[in-house]
Design a protein around this ligand. Structure first.
Ligand code: C5P
Length: 237
């Protein structure tokens, strides 16, 4: 499958059309951004690591009954996937309080939440991805029916129930993560985008070290080594 035309360039990926109108190619970039583009950098090899990690996780989710847009990894930086109509909602799943939850609500960093929290952010760079509730999502027309919001929440929890023990067994706590969904050609809501240390927080069970993009957000360094470590744990190396 070949790239024909650049459809869209985002912060971490370029999306290409292919000869098949139902399939797209995501090209994972080495660029790093945080805080809605206020922090920018690049790390050679980061894109390939995220492509490989996402590939493994999409395959694992499929084996566990979750529908995703993933078709195949083409090469180091390129993933072939179904073309979907993107739902402009970022679904955030949290097991442990940190990041914006700690900043906005003053919940103690590292507190294990009494239950898994699922939040919706409106995917809109100009507005800074504000947090929204179901009524906002319906008023904005981000989905047509309440059922679809219920489905996003339900599938997000299912994915968390699959991935949390998977990572724990590999010595990583799945602290929180962001998912995106879209409608496939049959109007089914399926998981899209990527699943990588760019959009998940992982803490090492033993040391508590961040093994994800927080290394960049907090100016800690060692990002690539941490992403390689996550991939190696996934591959059981
Ligand atoms: O920043 P915050 O604490 O809200 O992030 C929660 C989770 O969602 C983190 O795992 C972060 O990597 C992810 N996220 C993301 N893209 C965003 C916002 C959050 O991947 N635009």
């Amino acid at each position: 499958m070949n790239k024909t035309e650049l459809l869209y360039e985002g912060k971490a990926k370029k999306i290409w059309k292919t000869e098949d109108e139902n399939l797209l190619i995501s090209e994972f970039k080495d660029d790093l951004t945080a805080f809605n583009g206020e922090m920018k950098s690049s790390e050679a090899g980061k894109g390939a690591l995220n492509n490989k990690i996402s590939t493994e996780l999409f395959k694992y989710l499929k084996e566990n009954g979750i529908q995703t847009h993933f078709v195949e990894m083409l090469d180091d930086n390129n993933m072939l996937h179904k073309k979907c109509k993107v739902i402009p909602i970022e679904v955030i799943i949290r097991n442990i309080a940190t990041g914006s939850l700690t900043r906005t609500l003053g919940i103690e960093d590292g507190k294990i939440l009494p239950f898994t929290l699922v939040e919706f952010d409106y995917k809109n760079d100009e507005l800074g991805d504000p947090k929204i509730n179901d009524q906002h999502a319906l008023i904005l027309g981000l989905v047509k029916h309440q059922d679809e919001l219920d489905k996003l929440r339900r599938v997000a929890r299912e994915i968390n129930d699959i991935l949390k023990p998977y990572f724990f067994e590999k010595g990583l706590k799945l602290v929180d993560f962001k998912l995106e969904f879209g409608y496939d050609s049959n109007e089914n809501i399926i998981l899209i985008d990527e699943l990588s240390p760019d959009n998940c927080r992982f803490w090492d069970v033993e040391s508590g070290e961040s093994m994800d993009k927080d290394r960049f957000r907090k100016g800690k360094g060692g990002l690539k080594v941490a992403y390689e470590n996550v991939l190696n744990r996934i591959l059981n190396k």
